[in-house]
Write a protein that binds this ligand. Sequence first.
Ligand code: GLY
Length: 351
Amino acid sequence: MNSRRNFLKTAALGAAVLSLDGPSAMAQQSRKSSGKGQKPIVVSTWDFGIAANKAAWEVLKKNGRALDAVEAGVRVPEADPNNHTVGYSGYPDRDGRVTLDACIMDELGNCGSVAALEHIVHPISVARKVMEKTPHVMLVGDGALQFALENGFRKENLLTPESEKAWKEWLKKAEYKPVINIENKSYESKGTTAFNPLHLPGNVYNHDTIGMVALDAQGNLSGACTTSGMAFKMHGRVGDSPIIGAGLYVDNEVGAATATGVGEEVIRVVGSFLVVELMRQGYSPEAACKEAVMRIIKKKPEKAKEIQIGFLALNKKGEHGAFCLQQGFSYAVTTGDSPAQERLIQGKHYF
Ligand code: GLY
């Protein structure tokens, strides 16, 4: 009897120790340590995240809402004619049509999304309107365009001469293979004629996404994700970026995550949701991103060697981290800390 009581006592103690040290206690701690008075922070994917974060920071530094910050932030690359991975001047699909995907999510679990949207420079703002003005989460194609026009968005031609030239070049061979880190290769090609085969090893040009997540002074998280999708994709192809849980996920109790890279593989593991759930279990942002990358490698080990995917995460304490398949994924961090208010960090990688 005595020994049974001792065993139960020891077992109870063991359980207590486990729960104190274990992931759930860490998650609980991280929930408690946030709230009003939080130092704002915004993180976003790739080198072009620096300019996007600047716009987001304008909102955050005035104690604005993270939701407003991420929308303002990603609108910068959406409108940038030198960025061929997002919004205006994005590379078109194989039929020469620029089709955009975007989603947004706030601290209350509200979310909105558009996919295969044409002719609108700021799909992220249409996604926000879907979230705020409709009973739905997602509108696609012509329906999304109709909704945008009804809500005052202007119809524009998004195909710039540079993007059209790149598409026509591609048509000569019409091969379809994602190129690793094309986001930065394309962006590096400097404003003038963004299409530069010298910067694009391989024959075909894939391109990608800005994902941004932010924590505001009220301790609330939000996120946004927007892209023109894979360059020269099949018409109608939709990647991970507008899919809540894949390209973006926010849980205000835990953290937020976003993804970049070949969307099909991110969708397969519901990547951003996975990262947030791992953080809920106590993983650090970087460890959670790494685990999601490992899941992708486990599912398709051969394919994983040839593509780029990166995850970026921010937890409720304002800690950030990233992990990717291949070298070359960068992310931008902006905080109020001086002197380094903005930093570009190279994500750790598996291969
Ligand atoms: N990650 C963007 C896409 O696959 O379309």
